[in-house]
Design a protein around this ligand. Structure first.
Ligand SMILES: *[C@@H]1O[C@H](CO)[C@@H](O)[C@H](O)[C@H]1NC(C)=O
Ligand SMILES: *[C@@H]1O[C@H](CO)[C@@H](O)[C@H](O)[C@H]1NC(C)=O
Ligand SMILES: *[C@@H]1O[C@H](CO)[C@@H](O)[C@H](O)[C@H]1NC(C)=O
Ligand SMILES: *[C@@H]1O[C@H](CO)[C@@H](O)[C@H](O)[C@H]1NC(C)=O
Ligand SMILES: *[C@@H]1O[C@H](CO)[C@@H](O)[C@H](O)[C@H]1NC(C)=O
Ligand SMILES: *[C@@H]1O[C@H](CO)[C@@H](O)[C@H](O)[C@H]1NC(C)=O
Ligand SMILES: *[C@@H]1O[C@H](CO)[C@@H](O)[C@H](O)[C@H]1NC(C)=O
Ligand SMILES: *[C@@H]1O[C@H](CO)[C@@H](O)[C@H](O)[C@H]1NC(C)=O
Ligand SMILES: *[C@@H]1O[C@H](CO)[C@@H](O)[C@H](O)[C@H]1NC(C)=O
Ligand SMILES: *[C@@H]1O[C@H](CO)[C@@H](O)[C@H](O)[C@H]1NC(C)=O
Length: 726
């Protein structure tokens, strides 16, 4: 961490001068003789490493106590996109696409504070959006509210710090390369990339409304292309809804799921020789109205060996097998091979969509850069529907079906999806739930109807807030392109209603013309769980049960976002009045994760010694796995951010050259604690040789850091024997 902080200080000093240089954007454009019309924006793109502790830490997404990480498949990264108006560069926005499960108030607060301190007046609480890829194989423990911390045994500061440091670095890098450029936008369809995992809830929406759409999922893939002033592509930001659940709940290697994989595949196709994360072309695959989407496109089937329903599709309404959810599993397109293969395929579908658009002439983006941000307190928020009826949202609560999970990650016990019964539930849970969160009063029961309340989180303030009552509302406008930054997971139909309502308002208020292009990004900024339509809410599948503010949640968002469009007008100034920001929680955080006590190499060994070597007797060929086991140390001692735990080195002209890092999908790093008492551990490094790998001499290198009982953490290096590839 020290290294990183020192790096940050140097970089900040460097960037301070860059920001002076670019602060008068229009002047800068004149200096290098670029017409404002051909380069109407200043664009900056940056990428940085945000990977937290890759072992002994709960993973984020599936809320599974058993899913504790044991190594690394691919590093998590933040990608930052800055757009400033070249005519007045103080008008700028920052969109961050972080390879994490969801945005978070605490993490965002730290990022905003660091950036607004370093760039006063330029980057603020209002114009920074922290969105997520909604992946489920990253490091957990960073969220500020209690509910998502439970399986992580509380707050993990090391995870949150890594996300903050890496994200700030990504924005600094983007800021440092701000340069005149242009933007264009287009869309295509990606049909095979997603599937509805709650079609029975979707069917509750009105038939006339459903008839307007060909699919029960959004198949539109939207891409905002970033070019330099001469028209050379510098990167893009794309939007497509598909859950980051390609890699299953039983995986324990930290990874990026399908959106991070898509980014790697695209970026490495542009710069094949750059190490992952060391690229300059930045490919952003952002999440959209993801709520009821699944990457498990073959559907959900029963894995119930010995039962008559084994191998059959799960029950349509409740996604059960023999009345239980545990055995019902979604299958990805690579099901016959592995979930990692499914992950690659879903990533490739998105890459193909991006390539289609990047090879076309897209519609130029023109116009002002604007933003609006406010906080909305959702506890008993009263507002008027378009038909004049006054309704209200509720303090947060999770329904029984929340615990039923989904076909992407089934729940446990006897919870099922689609439980909207007001009858008494399983008597055991009826008692236990009161021990966990306060029993709901009649007002809350009525407000949340027909949701049977399992966790009354809005009334649980001990030891700190379980769920957010207050959410971030934010919109970013870049010319005719508007991003609705959403603090939750909207279902397909929720997303369509919100986009349509806001777009109509932008046009009717004269903010934008008929070319207005509206997209949804999220879950961003804070995590307020799901947003189902009122009709889907009535069915109470997982998404409805997790729509925490009651049946009018979506309409409250539509009301609020629509009411703010005037702040995006060309000459609008200021920001709306806001509800109070949610209170800070992190300082009260409880953490039950034990720190690293010490590492030992074991008798007769040194750290980095090879215990099981590569094969030296005969050459390897493509497709084979090269494996070596080393005397290891706990990687929590040093996250090696912006670095690597391993390299594959090739002998080139008598010199070793690193050709793979721990972020190549072909390599894995696995750590095993062999004795807690003795402090010993081993590390396996594996490389599956890709087709087309040049013949030659190679070795595997392991980079570790050991912690003695007393004294400083010390780095060490281990090498396997040389091996050849024919
Ligand atoms: C640039 O925009 C900012 C913020 O909108 C405004 O306060 C400032 O007056 C503008 N500067 C010029 C030169 O128009
Ligand atoms: C895709 O682009 C077409 C025009 O090129 C537009 O009519 C359509 O609304 C766009 N799709 C979305 C989801 O905005
Ligand atoms: C994870 O579960 C899937 C499906 O149930 C199974 O095919 C796979 O082998 C499991 N993977 C591991 C690492 O246990
Ligand atoms: C990253 O790229 C830069 C410039 O292309 C190069 O100098 C540097 O060695 C690279 N770093 C790594 C770790 O590959
Ligand atoms: C599932 O529940 C239904 C209705 O309660 C019952 O008829 C059926 O026998 C149950 N099936 C199994 C396998 O338990
Ligand atoms: C949100 O609104 C509720 C109900 O009006 C109120 O009790 C609560 O204090 C508010 N929360 C904040 C953080 O302002
Ligand atoms: C307005 O719409 C809501 C939601 O569809 C409905 O519950 C309510 O009855 C409607 N009110 C009127 C006056 O039609
Ligand atoms: C509960 O869900 C069923 C469909 O599964 C629906 O027919 C019924 O109307 C719902 N009940 C309520 C109170 O909304
Ligand atoms: C590590 O590799 C050794 C063989 O070198 C193997 O026996 C062991 O199972 C591997 N450990 C893990 C966690 O995969
Ligand atoms: C591996 O190759 C390097 C470079 O040729 C050489 O210096 C080294 O001795 C070799 N290692 C072994 C164990 O043969």
């Amino acid at each position: 961490m020290q290294l990183i902080q020192r790096g940050l200080v140097c970089l900040t000093a460097l960037l301070a001068s860059a920001s002076v240089f670019f602060s008068g954007g229009a002047n800068h454009a004149n200096i290098i003789g670029v017409q404002a019309a051909s380069a109407p924006y200043l664009l900056g793109l940056g990428i940085a490493d945000i990977t937290g502790p890759v072992v002994e830490t709960n993973m984020m997404g599936y809320a599974s106590l058993a899913q504790v990480d044991s190594g690394l498949h691919m590093r998590q990264r933040s990608r930052a996109f800055i757009v400033a108006d070249a005519a007045n560069s103080s008008n700028r926005i920052v969109f961050i696409n972080a390879d994490i499960a969801m945005g978070d108030t605490g993490v965002r607060r730290s990022i905003v504070s660091a950036l607004s301190e370093q760039f006063p007046g330029l980057y603020t609480n209002e114009n920074i959006a922290l969105s997520s890829t909604h992946q489920h194989s990253g490091v957990g423990g960073y969220l500020e509210n209690l509910l998502p911390q439970i399986t992580a045994l509380g707050y993990v500061k090391q995870t949150a710090d890594a996300i903050v440091a890496g994200t700030v670095l990504a924005v600094q890098r983007a800021h440092a390369n701000l340069a005149p450029g242009k933007l264009s936008v287009g869309n295509t369809t990606v049909v095979d990339g997603n599937r509805n995992r709650s079609p029975s809830a979707y069917l509750a929406n009105p038939a006339e409304e459903r008839a307007r759409y060909q699919f029960d999922q959004d198949k539109d893939f939207t891409l905002l292309r970033f070019d330099d002033a001469s028209g050379n592509a510098r990167g893009f930001l794309s939007f497509y809804p598909v859950h980051g659940t390609s890699i299953y709940e039983n995986n324990t290697l930290v990874s990026s799921d399908n959106k991070g994989m898509a980014a790697y595949l695209y970026e490495s196709s542009v710069e094949p020789d750059a190490m992952p994360g060391n690229n300059t072309f930045v490919a952003g695959f952002a999440q959209s109205n993801v709520g009821d989407t699944s990457p498990n496109t073959l559907g959900a089937f029963c894995e119930s060996p010995g039962q008559p329903w084994d191998g059959q599709p799960c029950d349509f309404d409740h996604s059960t097998c023999g009345n239980k959810t545990e055995d019902c599993h979604g299958r990805g397109p690579g099901f016959r091979i592995s979930d990692f293969e499914s992950n690659r395929i879903i990533a490739q579908h998105q890459v193909d969509g991006a390539k289609t658009l990047m090879s076309q002439q897209l519609t130029p983006v023109t116009g002002a850069v604007k933003w609006v941000h406010t906080y909305m307190n959702m506890s008993f928020r009263s507002f008027t529907l378009p038909n004049g009826t006054t309704v209200q949202t509720c303090p947060p609560a999770m329904g029984f079906s929340f615990a039923g999970g989904t076909t992407d990650g089934p729940g446990a016990f006897d919870f099922i999806q689609g439980d909207n019964s007001s009858m008494p539930q399983n008597p055991f849970w009826e008692i236990v739930k009161g021990a966990v969160t306060p029993f709901p009063d009649q007002q809350q029961i009525d407000c949340q109807f027909p949701k049977p309340i399992l966790l009354n989180t809005g009334f649980a303030h001990v030891p700190y807030e379980w769920s957010p009552n207050t959410v971030d509302i934010q919109m970013l406008r870049i010319g005719q392109f508007v991003i609705l930054v959403m603090p939750g997971e909207l279902t397909t139909m929720s997303g369509r209603r919100l986009r349509e309502a806001v777009r109509a308002k932008l046009i009717s208020e004269g903010v934008l013309g008929d070319n207005a292009y509206v997209v949804i990004a999220g879950p961003a900024n804070t995590y307020a769980h799901y947003v189902a339509t009122p009709e889907e809410y009535s069915v109470q599948r997982y998404e409805g049960a997790s729509t925490i503010f009651g049946q009018w949640t979506l309409d409250s968002y539509i009301d609020k976002y629509s009411s703010l469009v005037s702040f995006l007008a060309d000459h609008a100034t200021g920001q709306p009045t806001s509800d109070p920001a949610p209170p800070e929680q992190t300082s009260k955080a409880i953490s039950l994760q034990t720190p690293v006590v010490f590492d030992a190499a074991g008798l007769g060994h040194d750290f980095g010694d090879v215990l099981t070597d590569v094969r030296t007797s005969s050459p390897y060929t493509a497709g084979e796995a090269v494996i070596a086991t080393f005397v290891g140390a706990n990687p929590r001692n040093n996250l090696r951010l912006e670095q690597t735990f391993l390299t594959v080195d090739q002998l080139v002209n008598g010199q070793w050259k690193a050709v793979r890092s721990d972020s190549h999908p072909s390599t894995t790093y696995q750590w095993t604690r062999t004795s807690t008492i003795l402090g010993t551990s081993t590390v396996n490094i594996t490389w599956v040789i890709e087709d087309g790998t040049p013949a030659g001499t190679y070795r595997l290198t392991y980079f570790g850091d050991s912690k003695p009982l007393i004294g400083n953490i010390t780095p060490f290096v281990g090498h396997s024997s040389n091996f050849t590839i024919s």
